[in-house]
Design a binder for this molecule. Structure first.
Ligand code: AMP
Ligand code: GLY
Length: 418
């Protein structure tokens, strides 16, 4: 099987590595890829945001399956273009990808499907903002109603900050979504679906804030671990039954079935799991942890989903133990990251590349905010953490920063579900 992966982050590096372990695989390509991915896949240039260009590359390269990593190409209709070219694609149609592309659409689907989620209001007129803010909080959740790579959300106990963020969004022409605040530990559950059958992967938790102790602004994600030692038994089945399957069924009922990876981000509240958001693709950096533990060949799983054959797919197999991912970010991230610095020590097993590129002289240099994802596995969370942080100590990138507390609370048994 010839598989083409679209994307260039550490998530795609993890996908490429997991796919390369599938004995069915005969060739693997990634576009546009990065310096780390080039060691495991043929690299092609492509404008991933241009559906016709993605489909043309898939046809030229004679792909048997296309796997689309990021949300932007999916929301732009890349999966539709690939399927229209007669090639199976793991990734939802443009219509189904709206579950991530529009938070208002996601709320509408969840309401129709009876899925528990935060109460919300969309504001597109500054004149209505103050009265709306009075109906929410204290602890305001202010979101951009569109794709914002995890950075369009402000969660704050300070009304003035909430108002300022909402005004910035409105002045930029973006409708604002206000939400009630969901308290409780967060879970990311990735589900492979063919539009009908739902196959959950291991549950994971990610760390959105830039600094230790969950301080500082939200980022695309600074680390993650899987599975969750503190998860109540039956949690995954409960989330699938209450939150994921109903959304998959509702999208099918609307004639826009979701094929690909449906990512449920939830808070475990005192009244049970409540959905914070759905995403139309694998999460980054949780994927780096989850796929490090997957034993089932991935290309076969994706092809079954793309072909509507998940109902007959055997149960997934996993390594025992845990995986911890720590993101190494460039100086300045999540603001304006510094780029172009030489990185050393990034060739070790377990070091996945995100914002890297190979310079003409062969050196690997930083080219984005999140530069590397460092993955450690082990029989216990502590062993997996130790392995990840040991790997990080061998990496040098001037000015880089990472969190030192990824999975620490979970390892200490300090997470409780209300
Ligand atoms: P989102 O882009 O919707 O995933 O939000 C980013 C992060 O903001 C989430 O991972 C949560 O940590 C936080 N967040 C978003 N919505 C809520 C909410 N309603 N209640 C509490 N925290 C939230
Ligand atoms: N880990 C968060 C995201 O991928 O959106």
């Amino acid at each position: 099987m010839r598989v083409l992966v679209i994307g260039s982050g550490a998530r795609e590096h993890a996908l490429v590595l997991a796919l390369s372990r599938d004995p069915q695989l005969t060739a693997l390509a990634c576009a546009p890829g990065n310096a780390g991915i080039s060691g495991h896949a043929e690299i092609y240039g492509v404008d991933a945001g241009d559906p016709a260009a993605v489909a043309a590359l898939a046809k030229d390269w004679d792909a048997d399956l296309v796997v689309i990593g990021p949300e932007q190409p999916l929301v732009a209709g890349a999966a539709d273009a690939v399927r229209a070219a007669g090639i199976p694609c793991f990734g939802p149609s443009r219509e189904a990808a709206r579950i991530e592309g529009s938070k208002a659409f996601a709320k509408d689907v969840m309401t129709a499907a009876g899925v528990p989620t935060a109460a919300s209001e969309v504001i597109d007129n500054p004149a209505r903002l103050d009265s709306a803010l009075r109906r929410f909080g204290p602890t305001w959740v202010v979101k951009d109603d569109g794709l914002a790579a995890g950075k369009g959300v402000v969660v704050t106990a300070d009304l003035a900050s909430a108002r300022a963020h909402a005004m910035t969004l409105l002045e930029g022409g973006h409708p604002v979504l206000l939400e009630s605040f969901l308290d409780g530990p967060e879970v990311s559950l990735f589900c492979v679906t063919d539009g009908e059958t739902v196959v959950p992967l291991l549950p994971a938790q990610d760390f959105k804030r830039v600094g230790d102790g969950d301080h500082g602004p939200n980022t695309g994600g600074m680390g993650a671990y899987a599975p969750l030692p503190w998860a109540p038994s039956g949690l995954v089945e409960d989330i699938v039954a209450r939150c994921v399957q109903p959304v998959v069924d509702e999208l099918a009922r609307r004639g826009t079935p979701f094929t690909g990876l449906l990512y449920a981000g939830l808070a475990l509240t005192s009244t049970g799991p409540q959905v914070i958001e759905f995403n139309c693709r694998f999460g980054d950096p949780e994927t780096q942890s989850v796929l490090a533990l997957l034993r089932t060949p991935l290309a076969g799983l994706f092809l079954a989903a793309a072909n509507g054959a998940l109902g007959d797919f055997p149960a997934l197999e996993w390594e025992s133990g845990y995986a911890v991912t720590v993101v190494v970010a460039a100086e300045g991230y999540p603001g304006r990251p510094r780029t172009g610095d030489v990185i050393t020590g990034a060739e070790a097993d377990g070091v996945l590349h995100a914002g890297t590129r190979r310079r003409e002289d062969g050196a690997v240099v930083s080219s984005g905010g999140r530069v590397l994802s460092v993955v450690g596995t082990g029989k216990s969370l502590n062993k997996a953490r130790d392995r990840a942080y040991k790997l990080i100590s061998g990496i040098h990138l001037t000015g880089s920063h990472h969190r030192s507390d990824i999975a620490q609370k979970a390892a200490e048994g300090a997470i409780t579900v209300p």
